[in-house]
Design a protein. Sequence first.
Length: 182
Amino acid sequence: MRRWCAGALVWLLAWPAWPFGQAWVSWVMDGDTVLLVPTGEREPVKFRIQGMDAPESCQPGGERSRDALIALVLRRTVQVEVLGQDSYGRQLGRLRLDGQDVGAEMVRAGWAWAYSYRTGRGPYAALQREAERERRGVFAARQSPMSPALFRQFHGSCHADEGAEAQAPVRRVPQTGQSGSR
């Protein structure tokens, strides 16, 4: 028991000082990962939205998924709930914008799959079934889309060096007819 408590304490101390709070979304890396600047801080933190898995950027639907997340949260203040950290060093948790669960909205719109590491389909499984039935987002394609987890098994990650990507992001303008920088 003592070993577990000591391990849990070390893990909790590794969390940022803002496990619950607000942050500004400074960049959208892909459909489930953003750079957040916590209120009162200067340095951005990589944050992956838990409970969903968006297509890889080089996968069909990947850029459109990223564009959907851009439209939702880029350069906006969000409420952050940090629930852990993944093996890539990203903070994991939930984002809310004006009370709206961002992960749920991405799955509802069909731009991400419901996902829970090692435990099954995740908290948004019903929303995914609805998106599939209504043929929204990636589920609108004639062919069945490949889940990001399966895509990574066959093709690996689209990013050879994720650290370089965070420092020098590629600027893309969504294909919405709008121009200007995001």
